[in-house]
Design a protein. Structure first.
Length: 121
């Protein structure tokens, strides 16, 4: 091989690529978080859902890395969910949370629930 032969480009890793596909869904979510040493509770709306996280529209100022409590029920279910989640990204008032504390039962319920949803765009 001559010195002028270009080497193949190294494969770039897309850090924005998701581990789990997201699905479109809309339901209310209560978000509890710590602000100035006091817990605040706000109502938000789930916009998309995945096996490992949830996208929530929320009128708040949370930073990446903050942990919050999420309270919701999946549409069509009366079972209340109380989970811990960490803010992974923010775009305006759209937040992406990664679940921290799903039980095995919740993981199975979530897997079953998202099977009937349309993929998010």
């Amino acid at each position: 091989m001559s010195a002028s032969t270009p080497k193949p480009a190294s494969k770039q890793i897309d850090r924005r690529r998701r581990r789990h596909p997201r699905y479109s869904v809309d339901f209310r979510v209560a978000v509890s978080y710590l602000l100035d040493n006091h817990y605040q509770k706000l109502e938000g709306h789930c916009r998309d859902l995945a096996q490992a996280g949830i996208g929530i529209l929320l009128a708040a100022e949370l930073n990446s890395g903050e942990v919050a409590g999420l309270s919701f029920s999946l549409p069509g279910s009366d079972i209340p969910w109380e989970v811990r989640a960490v803010v992974r990204y923010r775009r305006g008032y759209q937040y992406g949370f990664e679940f921290l504390s799903l039980t095995v039962e919740q993981q199975e319920l979530l897997k079953s629930f998202i099977k009937g949803l349309k993929p998010a765009v």
